[in-house]
Write a protein that binds this ligand. Structure first.
Ligand code: SF4
Length: 258
């Protein structure tokens, strides 16, 4: 258990590029959680799920890009159901192009927005062949050039396919960042930036999956299941539904909700 007597809020800084390309320091912000509390929080997640895995099925970086692009506004289970058969016949951009948009559409028609997604799958396969020699690129700048691939998809691919620590903020991570005031922000980018700055570096690689799974199975959208939450005694959420108290630390008002 943490000592609550010597808790200091964690303040972080990093650099951003201005419009003329000059580097300047990002303004510091104060997390509601101290460094020892953040360490303890992610230590518990690491014990609870030592090898967290994404739930989207894929067999190589290409099928991962396709699966993540298909998962927008759809469940992982729904995407897996459709892609299992699709990836058996098309696990490379070349095979996907040979299959053609109409057949891709047939495979994925149980997924929301499937017409548009089928178009994107073909267009991104074409771009991979034309510009990247049929290989999935490793950088965010290149990945977001692919049709249907935004920053979140790029982050998932970088992390799961290439082992680069990133924070792809989905609906669960966005909710947790704000609900428990871990990294409050009005946009996913803001939450991503703050999480990347406060999560202890040695936990960063798995943190994305820990937070998604915590949100999916415990800190749920409609009603968090706080009585079985592994960080309930650390959590400072006003939405907490159990009577385990938050740490007894006095917070200056300006640090709350930043
Ligand atoms: S205690 Fe409740 S609100 Fe806090 S993280 Fe756990 S489930 Fe979410």
């Amino acid at each position: 258990m943490l000592s609550l007597t010597s808790i200091k809020m964690k303040s972080t800084t990093s650099t951003v590029k201005t419009s003329n390309g000059a580097a300047r320091k990002k303004p510091p912000f104060r997390s509601l959680y101290s460094k020892p509390e953040l360490e303890e929080m992610f230590r518990r997640f690491s014990i609870q799920r030592p090898e967290p895995k994404g739930e989207l099925e894929h067999v190589n970086p290409f099928t991962l890009v396709v699966a993540v692009a298909l998962s927008a506004q759809a469940t992982d289970a729904g995407v897996n159901k459709a892609t299992r058969a699709l990836f058996k016949v098309a696990d490379t951009p070349e095979k996907m192009l040979a299959l053609g948009e109409e057949k891709v559409r047939d495979y994925i028609k149980t997924i929301g927005l499937y017409r548009n997604k089928a178009k994107n799958v073909i267009a991104l396969s074409q771009m991979l062949v034309d510009r990247f020699g049929g290989e999935v690129p490793r950088t965010r700048e290149e990945l977001v050039l692919l049709p249907g691939v935004g920053r979140k998809t790029a982050n998932v691919v970088m992390s799961m396919a290439f082992g680069i620590p990133t924070m792809a903020v989905d609906t669960h991570i966005f909710r947790i960042g704000n609900r428990i005031r871990l990294a409050p922000g009005k946009t996913p980018d803001e939450v991503e930036d703050k999480l990347m700055r406060i999560i202890p570096a040695h936990y960063l690689f798995h943190a994305h999956h820990w937070l998604i799974l915590h949100g999916r199975y415990c800190c749920k959208a409609r009603k968090p299941e706080c009585e079985r939450c592994v960080i309930a005694d650390l959590c400072r959420s006003p939405e907490k539904t159990c009577d385990i108290p938050a740490p007894l630390v006095e917070l200056p008002p300006q640090q709350i909700g930043e």
